[in-house]
Design a binder for this molecule. Structure first.
Ligand code: VG1
Ligand code: CO
Length: 543
């Protein structure tokens, strides 16, 4: 067999966003579209000769075809070895784990995460570096530049590989190892958590439900929760990965995971409920009768992580993305450790994790993780919660209430205005930016603006600067509004408005979220003139 050089012409739109290149499937199915992008990624890996590459994805529609293409392009570009998950599957955190363990130069991760799949659904391709994490801005920018100049790609003539069988084969002198997608990940989890204590907790009648939303975490959750830890069969629901996620939106939030949400709020709620997203890096945590916001979850995990063996030595520091509530900052202050605020997207945590400045980090969008890999990790968060429940012997809802009593509560909501006109979205952001200087001191809707800016991040490790990461407005009344445009959408623009307010008074810890935030919500609408500029009176999704 041999490889060939195929002439191609550039596509102008292959710019990676918050988390890789995400487009509708029909866009990816244009001639050479996938090949161009994969070759561009590979062109940005200088030390690829003989090196190891990891390939896998969340199993959505088109996953396997792209795995086959990537394998053949890797072979023609001189890689020595590729590790690929069986049937082309690897959850995003498992891909990160395998890259690190195999000392690979990187990985190609196929996912559009929580976005719907199917022939008209979304697809995505992302490059992760040798630390297992999403490529930093400098690399994604180089990949984009390369896509604009590409003139040909190299690809092997080999026939498609059998990805169903675990084992080793060769194409064009490159070794291909089809691996069990769960094994390395499960082994890593065993080193971090007290599996014995967890198994005891399940044996003593602890009940939980894990909703895999017909996405990639099913096999992981079944192997670990029902297999290794002995949770009752049926604990994991929707556990078979499906190419279209059963027609659902694999997004673990109260809207899209409403079955779990309703169960946990009903009379027959088990002790703990959790869900994960399309590619397994997000998590939703629901205690009986009580949804735990991702921002609170991060703070609670930070406060109790030392109870799990992997974090027994305490935390070096913590980080949160800018729109994530400030709950974790309060814990960091109490623990006297550093707290960092980064732009949205996991790639910004990489340097802090690599430098040992932080141990735990998270995002309001249901992402939590630690230094064990370089991606957020849904099942890891669930296991850390379980380990904390086992170690404290307290019900989850009690832990949350105790946390609020100690630190106060950051009431939080996010309003998404999806698929709005891109021009209108940009005008709205520009309008906000234009008035930032005049805002401090103004009174609006009963609140007084304390500060307003457009978030600019200076990476504390390498000094790189990232501008225009979202407009934030803070108020004297301990409230905050953040506005930014999504970098993962595939149709029009999505405006995200993040709204929060801190309450510390004992009698104000259990009020309805909508009620506490109502005044801030109306200020958020007024300040950005949302209805007039977007034509939307209400957000499309409230979480
Ligand atoms: C969203 C979230 C962000 C997350 C990103 C990728 O980005 O807000 O916090 O890191 O998705 O998550 P954006 O730009 O649409 O707001 V995943 O689970 O989609 O890889
Ligand atoms: Co995801």
């Amino acid at each position: 067999m041999a490889s060939k050089r195929v002439p191609t012409s550039p596509y102008p739109d292959q710019k990676p966003g918050t988390s890789g290149l995400r487009k509708k499937v029909p866009v990816f199915r244009q001639p050479h579209y996938v090949q161009n992008f994969v070759q561009a990624i590979i062109d940005c890996i200088p030390d690829r000769k003989g090196a190891t590459l990891v390939i896998g994805g969340d199993g959505r529609f088109f996953n396997e075809q792209v795995v086959q293409i990537a394998l053949k392009i890797a072979a023609a570009n001189g890689f020595g070895r590729v590790l690929v998950g069986q049937n082309g599957l690897l959850s995003t955190p498992a891909a990160s784990c395998v890259i690190r363990k195999a000392e690979a130069v990187g990985g190609i991760v196929l996912s559009a995460s929580h976005n719907p799949g199917g022939p008209e659904g979304d697809f995505g391709i992302k490059f992760n570096g040798s630390n297992g994490g999403p490529a930093p801005e400098s690399v994604t920018a180089a990949i984009f530049e390369r896509t604009k100049a590409i003139g040909d790609y190299r690809i092997s003539d080999a026939p498609d590989l059998d990805l169903g069988r675990i084992g080793t084969t060769e194409i064009d002198g490159m070794t291909v190892e089809v691996i069990d997608p769960v094994a390395d990940y499960a082994e890593l989890m065993r080193t971090l958590f007290d599996f014995e204590a967890l198994a005891k907790m399940f044996a003593s009648g602890f009940r939980m439900r894990f909703d895999a939303l017909s996405a990639v975490t099913g096999p992981y959750a079944k192997a670990i929760l029902e297999g290794a830890l002995g949770a009752a069969p049926g604990t994991v629901v929707n556990g078979e990965p499906k190419p279209d996620f059963g027609g659902h939106h694999p997004d673990p939030n109260p809207v899209h995971a409403h079955e779990l949400f309703d169960l946990m709020h009903g009379a027959d709620a088990p002790d703990f409920g959790a869900a994960s997203d399309g590619d397994g890096d997000r998590n939703m945590i629901v205690a009986p009768g009580l949804f735990v916001t991702p921002s609170d979850s991060l703070a609670i995990l930070a406060a109790h992580a030392h109870r799990a063996p992997g974090y027994a030595g305490g935390l070096a520091g913590v980080a949160r993305s800018m729109p994530t509530s400030r709950a974790v900052d309060r814990v960091a202050a109490a623990l006297k450790i550093e707290a960092f605020e980064t732009p949205t997207g996991w790639k910004f945590f990489g340097n802090l994790l690599d430098a040992g400045r932080i141990t735990l980090c998270g995002e309001e969008s249901a992402g939590t993780g630690s230094n064990h890999v370089r991606e957020k990790d849904g099942l890891w968060a669930v296991l850390l919660w379980l380990n904390i429940l086992a170690a404290t012997g307290k019900p989850a809802q009690e832990l949350v209430r105790a946390h609020w009593a100690e630190y106060g509560r950051d009431y939080y909501t996010r309003h998404d205005y999806e698929e709005i006109d891109a021009g209108a979205a940009n005008r709205l952001m520009e309008g906000l930016r234009g008035k930032l200087g005049a805002l401090p001191g103004t009174r609006i809707g009963g609140l007084t603006v304390k500060a307003a800016d457009d978030f600019r991040y200076v990476d504390p490790v390498d000094g790189s600067v990232t501008e225009a990461q979202g407009v934030r407005v803070t108020f004297e009344e301990d409230a905050r509004i953040v506005y930014r445009l999504s970098g993962t959408g595939t149709a029009g623009a999505t405006l995200r408005v993040y709204i929060e307010r801190y309450e510390a008074a004992r009698d104000r810890l259990e009020l309805p979220v909508a009620e506490v935030l109502a005044p801030v919500v109306s200020v958020a609408r007024e300040l950005a003139d949302i209805e007039r500029l977007t034509g939307r009176a209400e957000p499309s999704v409230v979480t």
